[in-house]
Design a protein around this ligand. Structure first.
Ligand code: PGA
Length: 263
């Protein structure tokens, strides 16, 4: 069995003092559960202090996004080289929010294009992360409309194929994929556990086709989208789900600890 993994995505939340308080409050409980891998992804401004707080535990620090160049005139961007230097080990790529696909529209519709990224930019980011031996957590998932029209599998296949184009399977040993139905993110509409398990198994089967069966066998597939302590147990019991990518609930230290405990 693949080692369970729980990733907390704090998104654009927490000042340094709030981040410190949150980590101090969950670190004892979470680090006691050393059989589950745990990654927290703070905003870039808190990476340094969070890394200091978790450095003697098995908890790792991830980033929420990255640019694909190492350095240059790219105002506002952060490179994989900088993340590596900051002690980051993982990085979320292709989250539906950075793709400009929101389950619950948090921004005016006229500004959505500000967030858009493509399978091509995601592919560049994956290659850049792998070059620096950072572990990508690639998010894939369908919108409500795509699901209604029966396109769930086609959308996911296209996202995986686009993201992985030209990447050798041998580089993907530690790679992680998160199935995050867009309609479930931040909405409280969790995907039914059986359905989440079915789609996660589908993700693994596409990875086996695109890469090779042995590599795909090692790639952890997480479920994300309104994971809470109350539903985590049911989700993580499903065949094909290796853990969770947790947004809102990762901001509450007790809730996050409970989710880690149920993994
Ligand atoms: P949520 O977010 O848990 O708040 O639904 C999940 C995610 O965006 O990764």
């Amino acid at each position: 069995m693949r080692t369970r993994l729980v990733v907390g995505n704090w998104k654009m939340n927490f000042t340094e003092a709030e981040a410190t308080a949150a980590v101090q409050s969950f670190i004892k409980m979470v680090s006691a559960k050393s059989t589950v891998d745990v990654v927290v992804c703070p905003p870039a401004t808190c990476i340094h202090s969070v890394r200091e707080l978790v450095k003697d535990t098995h908890v790792k620090v991830g980033a929420q996004d990255v640019f694909w160049e190492d350095a240059g005139a790219f105002t506002g961007r952060i490179s994989p080289r900088m993340l590596d230097d900051a002690g980051v080990t993982h990085c979320i790529v292709g989250h539906s929010e950075t793709r400009g696909r929101f389950g619950k529209l948090e921004v005016p519709a006229s500004t959505v294009s500000t967030f858009v990224e493509t399978n091509e930019t995601i592919n560049l980011k994956l290659k850049a992360l792998l070059f620096h031996a950072l572990i990508p957590i690639l998010c894939v998932g369908e919108t409500t409309e795509e699901r209604k029209e029966g396109f769930t599998e086609a959308v996911i296949r296209e996202q995986l194929a686009g993201a992985l184009a030209g990447i050798d399977a041998s580089e993907l040993y530690f790679f992680v994929v998160a199935y995050e139905p867009v309609w479930a993110i931040g909405t409280g509409n969790t995907c039914e556990p059986e359905e989440a398990g079915r789609v996660c198994r589908f993700v693994s089967s596409v990875l086996a086709e695109l890469l090779d069966a042995d590599v795909a066998e090692n790639i952890r597939v997480l479920y994300g989208g309104s994971v809470r302590a109350a539903n985590a147990g049911d989700l993580f019991q499903q065949d094909g789900i290796d853990g969770g990518l947790v947004g809102g609930a990762s901001l509450d230290p007790l809730e996050f600890s409970r989710i880690v405990m149920s993994a």
